[in-house]
Design a protein around this ligand. Structure first.
Ligand SMILES: NC(=O)c1ccc[n+]([C@@H]2O[C@H](COP(=O)([O-])OP(=O)(O)OC[C@H]3O[C@@H](n4cnc5c(N)ncnc54)[C@H](O)[C@@H]3O)[C@@H](O)[C@H]2O)c1
Ligand SMILES: [Fe+2]
Length: 427
């Protein structure tokens, strides 16, 4: 029995099975036979399809005698409408025994939704987190999902969430449930080499923020004690997630600028793929906080920003870019709650930088130097927002209570407005 306000003493860890390394994606057909799969749907987006890897993976699967089809119409930064198209396709052509997602977070999340809604009845919005959707939990188990990331970023191959834009409400939200976690993550760094430099940079900042936010997250011991049925995948910073975050930051310190500078640098690509995997395994269990909470309205309320390196047909602020733009100001705000952790993140990212000045400015300075070096826009002003947009952005951030609850220092409305105002122009 636990009494009210007793502190948490338990943390949890969950992860998919993992295969890492050059050549791992050639073995997926074999892995699927081990799950007893006979009919398999490969899910990808047009840009990734153009690299030839999804076809090659599908042919490899067919080589093991399985029936395989490719759906290559995933929308980059998926929406409820685009996910519905994938779901309709999967429902119309099913039943499927297994799914294989080949792509970045957009393809992996779309595959999670297709898997959910072919294994369970109801509609997408029924399952989207409250208050945007119905917050329904899947009642039936999902099919095996093999996730093959082609970006070095989201960690979606490890996590239990699927992120989407609900177009009618102009809000990003998600579906979050343990059953969404892929069965197997296949991380083959060869597939990441063709990422454009802008995607490498934005997705790389996503890795960095996963690691830095989970490392500075409110410790699991500071939450109220949960009953077994109340446990959630994100339990706050904890020793296991810390270990993954530290390793990810160490790798990023050299590999992120190197991979942006020269995409054909295989060593940098390998270390970026490892960093993304480590950070995913860490934040997937600890959680992220203010920069990610701000990223939802920054992406969801986009005006007419069209980043190079991404599909040109519509305005978007890519996830990793949206996350990074308020990170310097957010870490300035959270510094006092865990000074040593903020300093440690800065040291791991920039081991050679001497910092004799105000210690609360150390991590923001490291982030800004790196963002300038890899070509991230100069603040939310660089993606089309002005000070006059701050109030509406704050409204959007306040809807992300699940993320804000993981912040080491809880931000109120005025704090969030100050963070966003500080982020209009970073340098
Ligand atoms: N589920 C999660 O845990 C989680 C976590 C963070 C972000 N996300 C979501 O993931 C999405 C972003 O995913 P992302 O940053 O991985 O990028 P992405 O999947 O949106 O892809 C970005 C662009 O890069 C292209 N691309 C991807 N890999 C390529 C390659 N190897 N070669 C050439 N082009 C390539 C794609 O075609 C696309 O145009 C967002 O919707 C975000 O909200 C999900
Ligand atoms: Fe992220």
């Amino acid at each position: 029995m636990t009494s009210a306000n007793e502190r948490e003493t338990v943390f949890t860890y969950g992860a998919p099975a993992l295969k890492y390394g050059a050549g791992s994606s050639d073995e997926i057909g074999y892995d699927l036979t081990q799950y007893g799969a006979k009919r398999v749907l490969v899910i990808t987006d047009p840009g990734v399809a153009a690299t030839g890897w999804p076809r090659r993976i599908a042919d490899g699967i067919a080589g093991y005698g399985l029936e395989v089809e490719v759906f290559d119409q995933v929308h980059v930064e998926p929406t409820d409408i685009s996910m519905q198209k994938a779901v309709d396709f999967a429902r119309g052509t099913g039943p499927w025994d297994a799914f294989v997602a080949v792509g970045g977070g957009s393809s992996i999340d779309t595959a999670k939704a297709a898997n959910l809604l072919t294994s369970n009845d109801g509609e997408l919005l029924d399952y989207v987190n409250k208050p945007v959707g119905g917050g329904r939990a899947p009642s039936a188990p999902l099919k095996p999902l093999v996730a093959v990331p082609t970006t070095t970023g989201t960690g979606a191959e490890s996590t239990t969430v699927c992120v989407l834009d609900v177009l009618a409400l102009r809000v990003k939200s998600g579906i979050s449930h343990l059953r969404l976690r892929p069965t197997l993550a296949v991380v083959d760094p060869r597939l990441t080499v063709s990422q454009p430099p802008e995607v490498t940079a934005a997705a790389g900042m996503d890795i960095l923020c996963h690691a830095a936010e989970s490392y500075t997250a409110k410790p699991y011991t500071e939450f109220d004690r949960k009953r077994p049925e109340e446990r959630v995948p994100y339990c706050g910073s904890n020793p296991l997630a810390d270990m993954f975050a530290e390793q990810a930051l160490r790798l990023l310190s050299w590999a992120l600028p190197a991979a942006v500078r020269d995409g054909s640098d295989l060593k940098a690509r390998q270390d970026m793929a490892l960093a993304a995997t480590f950070a995913g395994l860490g934040f997937g269990n600890a959680g992220v906080h203010i920069p990610h909470a701000n990223a939802y309205p920054i992406a969801g309320q986009v005006k007419d920003f069209r980043p190079s390196g991404y599909p040109a047909d519509e305005a978007m602020v890519p996830h990793g870019m949206a996350v990074s733009l308020t990170a310097p100001a957010a870490f300035r705000f959270t510094y006092d709650a865990a000074p040593e952790r903020h300093i440690r993140v800065a040291r791991l990212l920039a081991p050679d930088l001497e910092w004799p000045g105000d210690r609360s400015e150390y991590l923001p300075a490291v982030l800004i130097n790196l963002m300038r070096e890899i070509g991230i826009p100069n603040g939310i002003g660089g993606v089309g927002y002005a000070e006059s947009d701050v109030d509406e952005l704050v409204e959007g951030t306040l809807k992300q209570q699940r993320l804000l609850a993981t912040a080491p220092r809880s931000p109120g409305r005025d704090d969030l407005a100050a963070i966003l105002r500080d982020s209009v122009v970073l340098w």
